[in-house]
Design a protein around this ligand. Sequence first.
Ligand code: FES
Ligand code: FES
Length: 857
Amino acid sequence: MTKFTVNGRPVEVGDHPSLLAALREELDLTSAKDGCSPSGQCGCCTVLIDGKASVSCQISLEKVAGKSITTLEGFEPAERERFAAAFAASGALQCGFCTPGILVRVKALIDKKGSSLTRDEAARFLGAHLCRCTGYTKILDAVEVLARGEAPTAVLPGGLGTRGARYQGVELALGDRGYVDDIKVPGMLHGALRLADHARADVVKIDTSAALAVPGVEGVFTAADLPGDLRVGIIYTDWPVFIPEGGRTSYLGDVLAIVVADSRQTAREAAKLVEVSYRPLRPLTDAIAAVDDPENAVWELEGNVLSRSVYKRGDVDSLLASSAYSVHEVFQTQRVEHAFLEPESTLAVPGPDGTLKVYSGGQGVWDDRDQIAAVLGVPTEKIVVELVSNGGAFGGKEDMSNQGQTALAAWLLQRPVKCTLSREESLFIHPKRHPIRMEYWAGCDAEGMLTGLKARMIGDSGPYASVGMKVLERAAGHASGPYRLPAIDVEAIAVRTNNSVCGAFRGFGANQAQFAMEGVIERLAQQVGLDSWEMRYRNAVTPGVVWGPGQVMDEGSLGARQCLEAIKPAYDEATSLGKAVGLGFGLKNSGLGNGFVEIIRAVVRFSEQGDVEIRHCWTEMGQGVHTVAMQVAIEELGLDPCRVRVIVDTTRELGAGQTTGSRGTVMGAGAVADACRRALADGCRPGVDYEGEYRVDWTNSLDEGLENPIIHAVFSYAAQLVVIDRETNKIEKVVAVHDVGRAVNPMLCEGQIEGAVHMGLGYALSEDFPCDEEGRPVNMTLRSLGIIRAKDVPPIETILVEAPQPRAPYGIKGVGEIGLVPTAGAVARALQQLDGQWRSTLPMKMPASEGANAADE
Ligand code: FES
Ligand code: FES
């Protein structure tokens, strides 16, 4: 037993691998979060030890014997309130997973430095913390407020267009709004996964006896224990929940067994004892070679081409041949990890009535439910998935990670089981951003008007489908960026390999394609003799223009030129000052499009006291879908925000599908508005469920063969400017102009953009998740991913444009997806202005001498 003091109270704890584990598992103090234990690289677990801020996941209990520990729970109530209010009021948190740790660090800093704490100093000290959502700008704003000794109030926003704190922002800042791993139920056991040792190998034997013999282990389950389906998947059911004996691994995230024990530590230790014998095979790790490789990359799947997305309009070859200027270039992007700070966690609790309740932080509650039911071989009514707001996702939590295995263990043992992935397991398992090789041919006339574009793309999708085919389809659709083209010819192939699975990630293929397109535009502009801005303005889509696969752009496309017009003063100023200036321009759809009928519902209910509940089933993951729902209700009903409660209701089928691509914002707003209007028409009677609906049923699939298909219902647009100082080689600022259609909450919109620009700069300059020739990921820690730290983020100036989207509720277009679409192209051009080098491969790296914006190593 170890004795120390926590929040002024003497405690005595048993054996734990770290102080963090003792705080969370035994003392039930969960404000300190576990983002990467035991590596000490995210800062989420920061506490005060004798008044000094320290990560707690690397501190052994021996080291804290007799010491005084303070967690966020132990701050003075007034101080807790002030810190949380400052962060909520400044928009300094999104998913909130990083926030409690940052608050502890900030307290230590302010205790030491008081009002003399500068923004730069704070940014340096925040080097011990990662925030994947905010881009740090608003965090530093909040720190300045606190250092000045101010006591702001976290005022909730009103109707549409008002700034204000996010829904539950204060609870979130304090770490009081639980994530899945914060939940404990009586009798709960812990699960740990045994992952594959080879990316491609026949599994000869799985021996669980040594693991089963460990005291405290309650069960070890493998594919042999599955009562239902072996494979799951959102679109294709090709992803095995376990690889069985006699089966074959297809990447290093494959699961062979789940070990269940009375503690997490025991389960993890015992999982290492599951012995697996293999017959290793040659992994297929080169996507281009895999296309024609006679061997199948994936067990029991014939052929390595997952999908081929093709469209053609006009006679590209002859237009290219007769163009005044032309360019031919190959672009290559890299694989990137989401690095959401909350690793995946699932809790499954069997009920006395024969049901199973599964707490999931996934992005698609109904997909989770259906897949779990299939794995267990039970009707879907037996499974209730409770959607728990997660600590960031960015697309990486669309697929099931450990939900199937955890549900199985709880089902078979009839005991609650929680399984939380370690950071390493999380990196192995979930899908990444696709690396894509893109060969582009493009031409323009003497005035710089584009004549034709041909693009050939090959994306490494890893072994399982996930949504890889849709990502490459989206890359194909967005191949031409926001530009008018008389003729276009595109093919995009998703290839199965034995590298990490690739799937959804903010931008969904549009980022890659528009890095290439922006490179092409710049090269052509220089041949014509036009500047970056003029070339884009001339070619930007406008209403009536036929775009990409043939879609006739509507009035929403007015936003394209409006973005360019709004960025022009900053562009002209930076250019006239002789800076190295890069302009990036992009568009991104919101919603699924491509002929899918999307029907979304929400419920509004009044209490006798006049309070209002809004029920929907989207995942809140920091993007602010709850706040949007609240603001729409206020707009329609004229309520006091304090009277609104937003509930994720997964007891009834309100539709939704996956929470992706700004769907929650655009479509959720439509459904809540409709529910409110129905309520108003009926006198807002207490206790009545007013169900509203929003549907998008007017998009087309390319398969319909239409000349002018409506591929997407909504597009947002953005122009970004990257300015590099020629003397320091530093990015001195980024200007981000975004057309969001209608800014529901401008502060939250800015936060989305700042976070996306931070992610986009990392994508452009430093982030990478390569796999070696064995299919083994190389960068297996948060620090090695190349994420830009707080002190290296340049000032980001955000300008919102509002060109309403016809047929969208209130004209909303969404902002989350497009955030980093133009960034890499803008950085490439700024670097080219700096040193004359054209770059076509990501990440690009800053020029060697003063790579001040590259991430810390
Ligand atoms: S959990 Fe301790 S630093 Fe990440
Ligand atoms: S708010 Fe910082 S990681 Fe999400």
